[in-house]
Design a protein around this ligand. Structure first.
Ligand code: COA
Ligand code: MG
Length: 271
């Protein structure tokens, strides 16, 4: 699988925003400009640019010829290709993941560890009890450190989101049924549903920066795959301090210049 990350901070200063917007086909401009705030515009722009950048290079097809659509529950897809992909944005990050093997599905989710302002961490976590299993709550509470409890809560949240985004069901799934744990002598993160270990799904947790978590969910409802093993065992575990050294390589970080150098954009600019 391929994983890309883009930090929008200072990326579209001055004329760069207009220039980057002009790389998109006209019909996509309104999904960027409809946002009131600059930050949301930049996130939406990056979301659209990353998918075109990635697929034009991978499939070696002209950037404007790529056609995207959405499944009924909202998951974006590339038309006429069986390659699944997914996107998430929060704060200043946009992340993108695409599968390598046909038939597999991917969901990505990024979350910022937001410290509650008017209530305690304890009260904040309690307000999400309906979305957590008893075991997950125990995992959160297994650390004395409140900051780590909060981080664990957000990790579980992103795990749940990554799975619902992989299967594309949106919010129609009862999140409290999804039970995430560190399994197998604590070497990887796995998902239990109705007491059953869903071994055909792999989860990878990492940090984009000290307050931003990224989770990748990769697999299929039935098919076991070997290609995910490395990813599964490179994950940061739930409820543990982040280990930048083992998790930082999961995403390739792109910048404005690398998008600009995409040969299909260069070709477009020359016409
Ligand atoms: N399945 C998979 N991906 C979807 C999707 C679906 N049904 N609907 C939208 N997406 C993709 C899109 O690419 C979208 O980006 P784009 O509009 O730029 O194309 C991207 O997901 C947005 O993801 P993210 O940035 O992570 O947003 P989100 O976390 O606010 O929303 C949703 C993700 C829309 C799929 C949905 O799950 C949601 O609203 N979740 C929040 C609900 C919640 O309270 N969760 C609690 C967990 S404890
Ligand atoms: Mg999200």
């Amino acid at each position: 699988m391929d994983l890309l990350a883009f930090n929008i901070k200072d990326a579209f200063e001055g004329e760069k925003f207009k220039t980057a917007l002009s790389w998109l086909p006209d019909h996509e401009h309104s999904s960027v400009t409809r946002f009131k705030y600059e930050r949301d515009q930049h996130l939406a722009l990056t979301s659209l640019l990353l998918r075109r950048h990635y697929f034009s290079q991978r499939l070696q097809v002209p950037w404007p010829s790529l056609q995207f659509d959405r499944l009924p529950k909202g998951k974006p897809i590339l038309k006429n290709e069986e390659i699944d992909f997914n996107i998430s944005h929060e704060g200043s990050w946009v992340i993108f993941g695409a599968t390598k093997e046909r038939g597999l599905q991917i969901g990505v989710d990024t979350v910022i560890i937001d410290r509650p302002k008017s209530i305690s961490i304890d009260e904040f976590i309690k307000s999400f009890l309906a979305q957590l299993t008893q075991q997950e709550l125990e995992l959160i509470k297994s650390n004395q450190d409140q900051e780590l409890q909060l981080r664990t809560f957000y990790e579980l949240w992103a795990c749940k989101e990554s799975y619902i985004k992989a299967i594309g069901v949106g919010l129609s799934l009862d999140l409290s049924k999804l039970d995430f744990r560190n399994e197998n002598d604590q070497v990887h993160v796995c998902l239990f549903l109705d007491g059953k270990d869903l071994t055909s799904w792999t989860f990878h947790l990492s940090s984009l920066d000290k307050d931003t978590i990224a989770v990748v969910c990769y697999g299929s409802p039935d098919q076991q795959t070997n290609s995910t093993v490395q990813l599964a065992f490179n994950t940061k575990l739930l409820a543990k301090e982040p280990l930048h050294t083992i998790t930082k390589t999961a995403f390739d970080q792109l910048n404005y210049q690398e998008l600009k150098n995409n040969k299909w954009i260069v070709a477009q600019l020359q016409t």
